[in-house]
Design a protein around this ligand. Structure first.
Ligand SMILES: Cc1cc2nc3c(=O)[nH]c(=O)nc-3n(C[C@H](O)[C@H](O)[C@H](O)COP(=O)(O)O)c2cc1C
Length: 182
């Protein structure tokens, strides 16, 4: 059965800051979600085999295939990641590279994947570095899935205040949950 919510999770440490915000958003909705997550799914990086130049799909048979397919029917996409060295985690960077099949000739963008969807980005960071690049990469990935202007939920002082005590982030999560799921 098609799932309403596609979740792309770069979380490496279960029950940490990022997971806490993700769980608050998706509590009770797990059966409506299709997950792509580190530890549960294998995703190869794009290996530039160029198969997608002629067949317009990615030939690598791994966890990404369910993302391409779920993106046709999902209404919502949630991308969640801790910030690592100013970026998304390595797992999500591999996922991002697999949207190369959306590009043709290096310039022209093929149809983005599936109909328009609403989206959200959840990022947490310890607070000792730059985060703008992680935000940009997250927006780019969601754009490939036909999400424009995702709701940005960030908790950027987790070294001193855990994300689950960050009232600003919690308020945004709760508002989004009401808007999407009630
Ligand atoms: C490998 C690694 C790299 C990190 N790089 C950054 C960084 O560039 N900027 C930052 O503010 N925090 C950085 N942090 C801190 C994490 O982003 C922060 O602790 C985050 O809340 C962890 O999320 P989690 O509890 O869901 O694992 C890094 C942590 C690790 C383990």
């Amino acid at each position: 059965m098609p799932k309403d919510v596609l979740v792309l999770s770069g979380v490496l440490r279960g029950q940490g800051n990022t997971d806490a915000l993700l769980s608050r958003l998706l509590h009770g909705k797990k059966s409506d979600c299709l997950w792509l997550a580190f530890g549960g799914d294998t995703v190869s990086p794009c290996v530039n085999c160029k198969a997608c130049k002629t067949q317009s799909v990615c030939r690598i048979a791994d966890g990404m295939q369910k993302v391409y397919s779920a993106a046709q029917s999902a209404k919502y996409v949630v991308l969640a990641s801790p910030v690592y060295f100013g970026n998304l985690t390595g797992f999500l960077l591999d996922v991002l590279s697999r949207f190369q099949c959306c590009f043709k000739d290096g310039y022209r963008t093929a149809p983005i994947i599936g109909p328009k969807k609403e989206g959200a980005v959840i990022l947490t960071a310890g607070g000792y570095g730059e985060t703008a690049f992680a935000e940009k990469q997250a927006r780019l990935m969601l754009k490939m899935l036909n999400v424009e202007n995702p709701t940005m939920i960030t908790s950027y002082q987790t070294d001193t205040v855990s994300a689950i005590s960050d009232t600003g982030a919690l308020n945004k999560i709760d508002a989004l949950r009401r808007r999407w799921f009630s």
